[in-house]
Write a protein that binds this ligand. Structure first.
Ligand code: SF4
Length: 387
C-alpha cells in the first residue's frame, strides 16, 4: 500500500550548535573539504573508495540512518548489534560508523586497539546521551552517598549514553542495558540492591519498571540534574525504588497520546507499535511495545493487509513501508520526526571520510581513554552476562 509522507516539521527538532566541544555529543564542526551535495558523482565516488579499501573497511549503518548512506553499509542494525559486528571483524582496520557519537564510542570500546573507528560527521551526537554528563551523575551519586543509600543502589545506564557514563556505571558495579534487555537488567539489579539509578532515559526506565516489573508510578521519582538534590527531598530518594534520570529521546519523546487517538480514528483496526523510549502514556495506549529490532520483526511477521502505525524514527518506518507494500504502514505522527543529529551523516560526509581513508588519513576518529574503556567494558560485559 502507498506510503504517505508526513508533513514537514515547523521547528527544528534539535538546535545544533557549532564550535568544537569534543566533550559534547553534538555541536562539533567537521574539518575538511566536503564534496558538494549536488555532485552527481557522489554515489560512484563512495563505491570507488569502498572498493579501494576492500576488507580493510567495515561500514556500519544504524537503522535510523538515511537511505543514501544505508546503501553503503556492510551491515545494518541497532547500536549494540553494530558494535558487536565491528568486534567480530578484526580484519577490518577501519570501522566507519554511520550512527551517532556514543555508538562509535561503544564500537571503539569493543574492538581491538588496532582498529580505528570513524564517525563521518562529528556533529552526529545523541541529544539523550547529552542529557547525562559525568559531573552531573557523580553529583547525584554523592547525594545518594550523603543519604547513605548509594550502597543499596545499583546504577543502570541505557546503551544510549556516553562512554563516561558507562564507565561510571562499571566503576559502581552496575550494568548497561538496551531496549531489548532492560527488564533483565532491572531484575538483575533488584537482586543486588533495593534501588536502581536509571540513566539517562526516564521513559525506558519507567516503562520497563511499571509495565514489565510490576512497580508503580509512585515507586519512581524523577531526578532533575539541573536542580539541587535533583529537585527531590531526602525522603523521596529514600522511598523510591527507581530513581529515573531526567533524560529523553528528542525523537521518540515527540509522540503523544493524541497521535495514538488520531491514528485509531483515521485507520480503524490499526495496530499501534511503538518504541519504549516513548512517553509512558503513549506506550500504555499502544498495542505493541519493543525495541527497533522487535519493531522490524513484528512488521516482517505481520499478515498481508494488516495496518500498522509505527512510533519510531521516520527513516526506518519509511524503509519498512517500502519493503512491505502488502501492508499498510504509517508513521504515528502527522509530521516528520527524524533523528536530526544522526541525519547529519549524509553522502558528502561519507564520501569525504572514505576518500580520506583511501589517501591514508584517518579523519574524525573516535577514541575512548583506556581507564574509561576498562570500566565501560565491565558494564557492557555484565550486560552480556545477564541471566
Ligand atoms: S533517536 Fe533519540 S536516542 Fe537515538 S540517537 Fe537519536 S536522539 Fe539519540
Amino acid at each position: 500500500m502507498t506510503w504517505a509522507e508526513p508533513s514537514s516539521t515547523a521547528t527544528a527538532l534539535l538546535l545544533l550548535g557549532r564550535g568544537s566541544d569534543l566533550a559534547s555529543e553534538r555541536g562539533v564542526d567537521c574539518p575538511g573539504e566536503l564534496p558538494a551535495p549536488s555532485d552527481p558523482d557522489l554515489v560512484a565516488r563512495a563505491a570507488a573508495a569502498k572498493a579501494a579499501l576492500g576488507d580493510r573497511l567495515f561500514v556500519l549503518g544504524h537503522h535510523y540512518q538515511r537511505d543514501e548512506v544505508i546503501e553503503f553499509a556492510d551491515v545494518t542494525g541497532d547500536s549494540f548489534k553494530l558494535a558487536k559486528e565491528a568486534a567480530a571483524r578484526p580484519q577490518a582496520e577501519y570501522i566507519v560508523f554511520c550512527g551517532v557519537h556514543f555508538m562509535a564510542e561503544s564500537a571503539d570500546i569493543l574492538t581491538s586497539d588496532t582498529q580505528r573507528v570513524v564517525l563521518p560527521d562529528l556533529a552526529a551526537g545523541c541529544s539523550m546521551a547529552d542529557m547525562a554528563a559525568l559531573g552531573q551523575v557523580e553529583e547525584a551519586w554523592d547525594t545518594l552517598l550523603d543519604l547513605d543509600i548509594a550502597g543499596r543502589t545499583v546504577p543502570i545506564t541505557y546503551m544510549n549514553s556516553s562512554a563516561d557514563i558507562k564507565g561510571f556505571v562499571g566503576r559502581n558495579k552496575g550494568v548497561v542495558c538496551t531496549s531489548s534487555n532492560a527488564e533483565r537488567a532491572l531484575r538483575w539489579a533488584f537482586e543486588r540492591g533495593e534501588k536502581v539509578l536509571f540513566l539517562p532515559d526516564q521513559h525506558l526506565g519507567r516503562n520497563t519498571a511499571v509495565l514489565q516489573m510490576g512497580l508503580t508510578l509512585d515507586d519512581c521519582v524523577l531526578y532533575d540534574p539541573h536542580k539541587p538534590g535533583g529537585g527531590l527531598t531526602a525522603q523521596q530518594l529514600r522511598d523510591a525504588k527507581m530513581i529515573l534520570w531526567r533524560g529523553h529521546c528528542s525523537v521518540h519523546g515527540r509522540f503523544t497520546l493524541d497521535c495514538v487517538t488520531e491514528v485509531r480514528e483515521r485507520i480503524p483496526g490499526v495496530n499501534v507499535l511503538v518504541h519504549p523510549e516513548c512517553r509512558h502514556e503513549v506506550v500504555t495506549a499502544a498495542d505493541y511495545v519493543g525495541s527497533t529490532e522487535y519493531i522490524i520483526k513484528m512488521i516482517e511477521a505481520a499478515p498481508a493487509g494488516s495496518a500498522w502505525a509505527v512510533g519510531t524514527e521516520l527513516n526506518l518506518v519509511r524503509r519498512l513501508a517500502n519493503a512491505h507494500p502488502d501492508k499498510q504502514i504509517t508513521f504515528l505522527d502527522r509530521t516528520v520526526c527524524y533523528c536530526s543529529t544522526m541525519n547529519r551523516i549524509d553522502l558528502p560526509h561519507l564520501v569525504w571520510a572514505l576518500e580520506e581513508l583511501v589517501a591514508g588519513r584517518v579523519v574524525n576518529e573516535i577514541t575512548v581513554d583506556a581507564e574509561t574503556a576498562h570500566y565501560a567494558r565491565a558494564a557492557l560485559d555484565q550486560m552480556l552476562a545477564l541471566p
